[in-house]
Design a protein around this ligand. Structure first.
Ligand SMILES: Nc1ncnc2c1ncn2[C@@H]1O[C@H](COP(=O)(O)OP(=O)(O)OP(=O)(O)O)[C@@H](O)[C@H]1O
Length: 206
C-alpha cells in the first residue's frame, strides 16, 4: 500500500492539513477538489518529491525517509504530470527520453503506449501533446513502478487520447497489480476511472 497519514504540507504556509489517503495494490484512487485545494501538493508528497511539514508516508509497510528525486524508494513510484513539455528535455528524441530509464526496452514500451517507430525519432516540438504524453507514460512505466501517480495527466489531451492512456494504465495494473492515484478536475473522468475518490475541500479564503 502507498499510504499518507496526517499529511500537512505546503510551501511557506500549509495548503493541506491532516490529509490521509491510501492507495492499495491494484486499486485506482481518484483525488478531486477545487483549484488550489492542494491536490498537486498531496500528489508530490506521495510521489516523494515534496517533504511534508508533518505526517508520514509509507510504501508497502516501509516508512519513507527521503523526499527528493533521487530517493531510493522513488523508483517504486511512477509520476505523470499535466504538461509533458515541461518534463521532457526538448533536445532529446522521444526514443532517448524513454531510453533514459528503459535502456533496451524502448521498443517494447513504445508498443505498449502505441507510439510508432517514426515518432520515436522526433523531438518534443515535432509531436503533439498526446504523443509526448504517451512517451512520458512509457518512461514512467519503464522501471515497473508499484504505484503510478497521474497529476492531471489528461488535461491537455483529447477524449480519444485520454481513453487510450487510461486503457494502457488499466492493462498495466491488471498485469502487475500496481496501484494508481489519479488527480483530475474532471469528475466524469474520475467516476469512470477510479474505484473510489477522495475530495479535498476548498482552500480557506485569504
Ligand atoms: N511551488 C509552490 N510555491 C508556493 N506556493 C505554491 C507552489 N505550488 C503550489 N502553491 C500554492 O499551493 C496551493 C495549492 O496548490 P496545488 O497546486 O497543490 O493545488 P491544486 O488543487 O492541485 O490546484 P489546481 O487544481 O489549480 O492545480 C495554491 O494556493 C498554490 O498557489
Amino acid at each position: 500500500m502507498l499510504t499518507g497519514t496526517g499529511i500537512t504540507a505546503g510551501y511557506r504556509e500549509p495548503v493541506v492539513t491532516g490529509v490521509s489517503l491510501t492507495v492499495r495494490p491494484g486499486q485506482t484512487v481518484g483525488l478531486a477538489g477545487p483549484s488550489g485545494s492542494g491536490k498537486s501538493t498531496v500528489a508530490r508528497v506521495l510521489a516523494l518529491l515534496h517533504k511534508p511539514f508533518a505526517g508520514t508516508v509509507e510504501i508497502d509497510g516501509e516508512e519513507v525517509t527521503g523526499f527528493r528525486f533521487k530517493a531510493a524508494q522513488r523508483t517504486r513510484i511512477g509520476v505523470l504530470f499535466q504538461q509533458p513539455r515541461l518534463s521532457v528535455d526538448p533536445r532529446f528524441t522521444l526514443r532517448r527520453a524513454i531510453a533514459e530509464p528503459a535502456g533496451d526496452r524502448v521498443e517494447e514500451l513504445a508498443d505498449l503506449v502505441m507510439l510508432t517507430g517514426d515518432l520515436l525519432d522526433r523531438r518534443p516540438h515535432e509531436v503533439s501533446d498526446g504523443q509526448l504524453q504517451r512517451a512520458c507514460l512509457a518512461r514512467a512505466l519503464a522501471l515497473n513502478p508499484r504505484y503510478l501517480i497521474c497529476d492531471e495527466m489528461t488535461t491537455m489531451l483529447d477524449a480519444s487520447t485520454t481513453a487510450a492512456l487510461v486503457g494502457v494504465i488499466r492493462a498495466y495494473q491488471e498485469r502487475t497489480n500496481a496501484g494508481v492515484l489519479a488527480i483530475s478536475h474532471d469528475s466524469r473522468l474520475l467516476a469512470r476511472w477510479a474505484d473510489e475518490t477522495v475530495t479535498l475541500s476548498a482552500p480557506p479564503p485569504r
